[in-house]
Write a protein that binds this ligand. Sequence first.
Ligand SMILES: Nc1ncnc2c1ncn2[C@@H]1O[C@H](COP(=O)(O)OP(=O)(O)OP(=O)(O)O)[C@@H](O)[C@H]1O
Ligand SMILES: [Zn+2]
Length: 451
Amino acid sequence: MDETDSQITCADSSVDKLSHLKRNEVKSCPLPELHGADEMLPELNKSCLTNPDILRYSRQLVLPDLGVQGQLKLSKASVLVIGCGGLGCPVAQYLAASGIGRLGLLDYDVVEMSNLHRQVLHGENRLGMSKSVSVAKTLRKLNSAVVYLPYHISLNPENALQIIQQYDIIADCSDNVPTRYLVNDTCVLAGKPLVSASALRWEGQLTVYNYHQGPCYRCLFPKPPPSETVTNCADGGVLGIVPGIIGSLQALEVLKIASGMAPSYSGVLLMFDALEGRFRNIKIRGKKNDCAACSNPSETAILQDYEAFCGSSASDKCRMLRLLSRDERLSVEEYKRLLDDHVPHILMDVRPQPEVDICRLPHSIHIPLKGLEEKNEKWVSFLRTKIAELITAGNRTEKTVITICKLGNDSQIAVKILQDLFGKEDLFIAKDVQGGLMAWAENIDPMFPRY
Ligand SMILES: Nc1ncnc2c1ncn2[C@@H]1O[C@H](COP(=O)(O)OP(=O)(O)OP(=O)(O)O)[C@@H](O)[C@H]1O
Ligand SMILES: [Zn+2]
């Protein structure tokens, strides 16, 4: 079947309108909601398996723990997958293949090239398309008996309860802390089990919240971590297979709950280390008596400002630190002028080595942020040598060090450390390049690689 004749149940005209919009356009235009938050969904009430069902699911039907009754329960169950990215793809794929009744697919974002190594339900022909629609289109070809409901929206405190209460089980496949708190609190309020997972670099985690008397996310994490300590896939990287593995396990937990079995990870945290090839199960604390969310669910307020609570955004792709004042920063245009005017300076690239191996500005020196943070003598004396060379070579005596990284976060931290190390010296100036090398690629040099 070709892309164009896929029978996604949402209005296909709205899908087409969305398909090739850029992310910002999608966010800013009034969206034709593919499935609105307030739309009531029909009940799933399959009472027996048809012959095609029996053939399709035969290999799992013969499993004594599942059987016909389990399969029928699956067919009557509905699951909301929040985030159609690295985790959401395998979760949705295995649930669809297993014969879940209804799959809600929620994501505000569109498919990008850097998604394809792990978000395996999208493809090159889907670039710019709504992720939720793309997943629905792919899965329609895998199992057309499942009802797919794509929501091309951002889950927020205004719509979360209306959507979540229409599903039996929730899979959190999102990638940011405000969304995790929002999903948790809403699941507590609506009384829904929440299968939650994360994947970053070579590691993955998985647990089930709010299942029977089990703990919720807030029982474990009453307060969010400091926003500057939170890394996402764009910052930290992720091996595509890791969310593939964790997402498959997430689907397994959902399937167990949906078919009437007990999940394995309620009150237990699975930690997967792909480098070591090791899975570890850690027993986690039970329900907290004074948990702000689940100790008294009817009182749980989900209308708090989750972004303010967490100090980070639920929709920005990149976290943006604001450590420096405007005059401690150079825009890429200002930095280009400084280069064109041959102003003596040191450009210090503070990214980790693997990123420098991908691309760098040829005149930069490389001192990784980690080396600076540890005040590593090797790097500090290397920088002192470079500053001495700058003073000897130039007619001017300003010791100007400009830091740069991928997006302009680590470069700000580097400026703070430099100010601490050299700030008392005469004529020492430290600034960073706002937006980093990706802003350089965007606004100055279109040939510079983006990653
Ligand atoms: N509040 C939210 N509402 C809707 N979708 C969300 C929300 N929070 C996160 N998501 C979605 O969850 C998905 C998480 O998946 P993943 O981290 O693999 O993708 P990504 O954000 O595209 O990755 P990258 O960081 O590499 O760009 C994203 O597609 C993101 O758009
Ligand atoms: Zn709790």
